[in-house]
Every structure is written in structure tokens, then in C-alpha cells.
Design a protein around this ligand. Structure first.
Ligand code: M7G
Length: 331
């Protein structure tokens, strides 16, 4: 049985976003490029897309990650069928075309063709995509790495200083050059302030798969490894005000939230993930997610906890960092 709360629709709790606007394709503004698809009715840039290969797909999750070219530039396109919303059921039943596939005793199956507005696909476009993006979305075997504090200094840090994704999109959000209209909450204070907004993985149509990120205003904290007790006011502020803002906007109490940091993250600018408990968000497993509540407590008992502890995380087979751990004889 679906609990009523998880089926609550976003427009019922009042966001300014029109459903169409929320659905638009987003560009990864990675290289400081323009934001694509800012109008509710964007031109169909994907009509020019030339597929090179399918990086991964899942019949169960109903998504597909495709590598290809958009106007001669490397691109990754992610297509994902969106959940069926309870508030659209009446329209779906009345407005669809139904054709019988089989009938047997009390059982029958149909092909249901829903009205176009109820049959959308979320499309995410990364263009121009780097080779690292292509690898990120490629299905691959993973290996668990054990990283001591010294390994971080000698292997990981030099690697991420040279090889990590651009965080231009993060700066664009902090400077209100992109996604400004999507901000759910912001605290302008430079030391403890942050911006809370929907993660681009979330289509914001239902709280069932709620996913927001809080981005710290401080720009020099790369990840969990850089955190010390000095950052406690920032972390506590994100935790407290983030939860309050989500309660106010989405009517979801703290007891329904999973609030965590990734280690390793993809983007080395401190951010915190807020997802709905019960939603199996990508990357929420124990090998990558660190609950913010635990992080705060660990730092309260030992300011150097994350500087010195051995941390474990998965790396994909062709990740350059995995190669560095192998070369150093750490795998
Ligand atoms: P992460 O742990 O660094 O990387 O989290 P992950 O993608 O491997 O989880 C970064 C988070 O930011 C992810 O949840 C992304 O979906 C999200 N994200 C990435 N980009 C490029 C954007 C963006 O342009 N806008 C928004 N709103 N979210 C993004």
C-alpha cells in the first residue's frame, strides 16, 4: 500500500514551478556554457543528436544513458521514464486509448496509450561532455578502495587536483547565473551560508523521490576529507535549516529524510544530499554515503576524524584514481 504522504504531489504543496518548466531538459553547465532549455517550450535540440553507443540502460529503472554527438560536440543524453502520479490517474483513465493484448479468465492485459502530457520522459543533456562524463555514466565493475589519511595526501589529493570535473555549474548556482528560480532556501552568510535547491536528477513532480542538494558558500572545502571541527557551524546550519526548509516547502519532516555526503563525490565543492527516506537514490549505499548526523558527531569527538581515518569507497574499473591506487600497490 502506498502511504498517502509518499504519493503527495508537489503542486499540492505549492512550488512556483510550472509542471512543464520542471520537466525541461537541463544542460550540465560544466564548461561555463549556456544553460540550454530555459524556456518551457525549448526547441528540440535532440533532433540533431547522433547516437554513438548506449553506455548503460535498465529495464527496471526505465532509463537509458546514451553517448553521442550534438552538432559535432560530444554529448551524453539520459532518458528516464517518470513515475506515474496519483493526481493524474483520473485524467489517465479517461484520456487514454486502450487496446487489448490478452484475456484469460479473470486476467487481461492492455496497451495503454496515455495523453502526451502524462507520458513524458525526463531528458538530461550533458554537452559538451568530457571523456570523464562518458566514463561516469558507463556501466562498469567497481572495486572497493581503502584510503588512509596518508593515501589521501599522496594519491587522491594530487589526482583530484588535476583530474576532477569542473565545478563551474556550482559557481553558477552560488552566483545566481543558473537555476536561480529553483532555489528553495538560501543563507547568504559567507562562512556558514549555503544554497538549497532541487538536484537535477529530480523532476520535482512528486515527493516520493525527493532529491535536493545544499551547496556550501565556502569554496575551499573539497570533500569530507577537508572537514574539521571548525566546519561544525556550517554543517549544523545546513542540517538544521535544510530540514526546516524542506518541511516548510514539501511538508516532509526530518524523520523522512536521508541527509548525507558522498565520499568520493563527483564534484569537489562541499555539498550535502537530501533525499527521501525509502527512495533508493543512486549513491545512497553504505559504501559511498556518510550521514550528516554521523559526520557532525564524529567531528565533535575528534576534529581530525576525517583527516586521519581510513575511508572506504568504490571506484569504477576505468577510473584513473583506481589506477593510481594500483600503481601505489594499495589494491
Ligand atoms: P556528487 O556526490 O558530487 O556526485 O553529487 P554524483 O553525481 O556522483 O552523485 C553531486 C550532485 O549534484 C548529484 O546528485 C548530481 O545529480 C547533482 N548535480 C550535478 N550537476 C551537474 C547539477 C546541476 O547542474 N544542477 C543541479 N541542480 N544538480 C546537479
Amino acid at each position: 500500500m502506498a502511504d498517502t504522504e509518499s504519493k503527495r504531489e508537489i503542486h499540492a504543496v505549492g512550488t512556483e514551478e510550472s509542471p512543464q518548466k520542471a520537466k525541461r531538459a537541463k544542460a550540465d553547465n560544466e564548461n561555463g556554457g549556456e544553460e540550454i532549455g530555459n524556456d518551457p517550450e525549448s526547441e528540440n535540440i535532440l533532433s540533431e543528436f547522433k547516437t554513438s553507443s548506449v553506455l548503460s540502460d535498465s529495464a527496471r529503472e526505465k532509463n537509458i544513458f546514451i553517448h553521442g554527438k550534438l552538432a559535432d560536440r560530444e554529448a551524453v543524453v539520459i532518458l528516464e521514464k517518470t513515475p506515474i502520479r496519483e493526481d493524474s490517474l483520473a485524467e489517465l483513465f479517461v484520456g487514454s486509448k486502450l487496446s487489448l493484448q490478452m484475456r484469460n479468465d479473470i486476467y487481461s492485459t492492455y496497451r495503454l496509450q496515455a495523453p502526451p502530457q502524462l507520458n513524458e520522459i525526463k531528458a538530461t543533456v550533458v554537452c559538451p561532455a568530457t571523456e570523464k562524463h562518458v566514463k561516469k555514466y558507463q556501466r562498469q565493475e567497481s572495486f572497493l578502495v581503502e584510503e588512509t589519511g596518508e593515501d589521501y595526501q599522496s594519491i587522491t589529493l594530487p589526482y583530484i587536483q588535476k583530474q576532477s570535473f569542473s565545478v563551474q555549474w556550482v559557481h553558477n548556482i552560488l552566483e545566481k547565473k543558473a537555476e536561480a528560480e529553483k532555489i528553495v532556501y538560501e543563507d547568504p552568510e559567507p562562512e556558514v551560508g549555503f544554497v538549497l535547491l532541487p538536484d537535477f536528477k529530480w523532476d520535482q513532480k512528486q515527493v516520493d523521490d525527493l532529491y535536493l542538494i545544499a551547496i556550501a558558500r565556502q569554496r575551499d572545502i573539497r570533500s569530507l576529507r577537508d572537514l574539521t571541527a571548525e566546519h561544525l557551524p556550517l554543517l549544523q546550519n545546513i542540517f538544521q535549516r535544510g530540514k526546516e526548509a524542506i518541511l516548510q516547502r514539501y511538508k516532509l519532516p526530518a524523520s523522512k529524510l536521508r541527509v548525507y555526503l558522498h565520499y568520493q563525490p563527483s564534484y569537489y565543492h562541499l555539498h550535502v544530499h537530501f533525499t527521501k527516506l525509502g527512495y533508493d537514490a543512486p549513491g545512497c549505499g553504505v559504501e559511498r554515503a556518510h550521514l550528516l548526523a554521523d559526520v557532525i558527531q564524529n567531528l565533535q569527538s575528534d576534529s581530525r576524524y576525517y583527516t586521519s581515518r581510513t575511508l572506504y569507497f568504490p571506484l569504477r574499473a576505468d577510473d584513473g584514481l583506481l589506477g593510481r591506487f594500483r600503481e601505489a600497490g594499495r589494491l
